[in-house]
Design a protein around this ligand. Structure first.
Ligand SMILES: [Zn+2]
Length: 117
């Protein structure tokens, strides 16, 4: 039996297991994309030079990041961001979590309870 054929039959027999497998695959692919994006964007916060990837965030230079994320689910988001960067887009930069929040306050991108502070 060929692998694909086996997979097709096996998917019908164990849909739950395969769903978990698919989700894990997507999660791993997404993690790889995120790491690739971080690497392409220089691997550190553009403001303070922080380098721990766990707290690095991909920031939309013009502040449309939140809208961007909402526009599509996050798996597609990383895929799209990576494609844009590879095409030479300068719309994205790396910020650590601290600098990202500070930038949001400075630019008033973040609004508390819809009321600006
Ligand atoms: Zn920073």
């Amino acid at each position: 039996m060929k692998k694909l054929e086996w997979q097709r039959q096996n998917r019908k027999l164990h849909p739950e297991k395969w769903r978990k497998y698919d989700t894990d695959c997507k999660r791993r692919a997404n993690h790889r994309r995120r790491m690739k994006i971080i690497e392409l964007l220089g691997g550190k916060c553009v403001r303070c030079g922080f380098i721990d990837w766990r707290a690095l965030q991909i920031d939309h230079v013009n502040g449309n990041g939140q809208k961007d994320i909402r526009a599509q689910n996050s798996i597609l988001y990383y895929k799209r961001v990576l494609r844009r960067i590879l095409e030479g887009s300068k719309d994205y930069q790396l910020l650590c979590a601290n600098c990202n929040w500070i930038k949001r306050y400075e630019k008033r991108e973040y609004v508390y309870g819809k009321k600006e502070i």
